[in-house]
Design a protein around this ligand. Structure first.
Ligand SMILES: C[S@@+](CC[C@H](N)C(=O)[O-])C[C@H]1O[C@@H](n2cnc3c(N)ncnc32)[C@H](O)[C@@H]1O
Length: 280
C-alpha cells in the first residue's frame, strides 16, 4: 500500500508552480475549438480540505497558495489561478484546494476529455465521487504509467499529459522517463508535462538531464527554489516543471512570472528560479 497522500501537501509551493503552468498550457489549448484530451497519470483526490488534520499537520499550503491569497498586485496568470481557486471555494475564504483534475475540469469544454488515474483507494474514491459521472471524464484506479499507453494518441490529436508522481519510490524517476519515451512514440505532437521535487536525491537531481536527452525539438524547463537544501535529504527546496512541446507562448509567460513568484514564495534570503528552453 502506498503511504503518500497529497492531502498533506495540497496547495504548497510545488502545487502553485505546477498548477499555474498547467493552466497556462490548457488556456492555450482552449484558443482552438478542436477538443483536447488531458491525461493525468497521477491524479490524486481532485480536491482537498485545507482544514483537515492532513493539511494542518505541516501547514504546507500556508507557504504556497496561502502566501498569494488575498494579494491584489498579482501578474495575470496568478490572478487567473486565484480566480479559479475562489470559484472552487465558492467565495473568498480559502478552505479547499483544487487538485490537477479539478483544475482541468474547470478549464475543459464540452468537446474535451479527461483521463484520470489514481492508485490510492481512498483518493480514488474521492476523485471518482467528484468527477466520474461528468461527461467526457474517465476515472481509473490503476497504474497511470501503464494506463497512459492506451489513452494516446487522442482521437483529435490534441492533448496534454501531466505526469506528477509522488516519487515515493525511487523507481518513479525512471518510470517517468520510460513512460514519456513510450508516450512520445505514440503521440509525438502531444504536450507532456512532468513535475518533479527539488530534493537531495541522485535520481531527482538527474531527472531534468534525462528529460532533456529524451526530448525532441521543443521543451521548456522551469524551476523554483524557495527553501535551503537540507543536507540530510529532508524537505523539498523547491520544484520544477519540464514541458515537452509547450505552447509557443509559454516561455515568455514564465519569464515574466517566475521572478515575481520566487519573490512571493521564497522562505529565505536565497534560492531563485531557472528558466530554460529548446526552441525550433
Ligand atoms: C503528487 S500526487 C498527485 C497530485 C495531483 N496531480 C495534483 O496536482 O493535484 C501523486 C498521486 O499519485 C498516486 N499514485 C502513486 N503511484 C501511482 C501510479 N503508479 N499510478 C497512479 N497513481 C499513483 C498517489 O496516490 C498520489 O495521489
Amino acid at each position: 500500500m502506498l503511504a503518500y497522500r497529497h492531502a498533506f501537501h495540497a496547495g504548497n509551493h510545488g502545487d502553485v508552480l505546477k498548477h499555474i503552468a498547467m493552466m497556462l498550457v490548457l488556456r492555450y489549448m482552449n484558443q482552438k475549438e478542436k477538443g483536447w484530451r488531458f491525461v493525468d497519470t497521477h491524479a490524486g483526490a481532485g480536491g482537498y480540505s485545507l482544514h483537515s488534520t492532513y493539511a494542518k499537520k505541516n501547514g504546507e499550503y500556508t507557504q504556497g497558495v496561502g502566501r498569494l491569497w488575498g494579494r491584489t498586485d498579482v501578474p495575470a496568470p496568478v490572478a487567473d489561478y486565484l480566480d479559479l481557486i475562489r470559484q472552487f471555494n465558492g467565495g473568498s475564504t480559502l478552505k479547499q484546494y483544487p487538485g490537477s483534475p479539478a483544475i482541468a475540469n474547470a478549464l475543459c469544454r464540452e468537446q474535451d476529455q479527461l483521463r484520470l488515474f489514481e492508485m490510492h483507494p481512498t483518493d480514488y474514491r474521492v476523485l471518482a465521487s467528484y468527477l466520474a459521472e461528468e461527461p467526457g471524464v474517465e476515472v481509473k484506479m490503476s497504474d497511470g504509467f501503464e494506463g497512459l499507453k492506451s489513452r494516446l494518441p487522442p482521437p483529435t490529436r490534441r492533448g496534454v499529459v501531466l505526469m506528477d508522481p509522488s516519487y515515493e519510490l525511487d523507481r518513479d524517476y525512471s518510470r517517468v522517463v520510460t513512460a514519456l519515451r513510450d508516450g512520445m512514440q505514440r503521440f509525438a505532437e502531444g504536450t507532456f508535462m512532468v513535475w518533479y521535487p527539488l530534493v537531495g536525491k541522485l535520481p531527482a537531481v538527474q531527472l531534468p538531464k534525462r528529460l532533456k536527452a529524451l526530448a525532441p525539438k521543443r521543451w521548456v524547463h522551469a524551476r523554483l527554489t524557495v527553501q535551503p537544501f537540507d543536507a540530510r535529504g529532508f524537505g523539498m527546496a523547491g520544484s520544477g516543471v519540464f514541458i515537452i512541446n509547450p505552447p509557443h507562448t509559454l516561455h515568455a509567460e514564465l519569464n515574466s512570472l517566475l521572478p515575481w513568484l520566487h519573490e512571493a514564495l521564497k522562505q529565505f534570503d536565497g534560492g531563485g528560479w531557472v528558466l530554460e528552453q529548446k526552441a525550433d
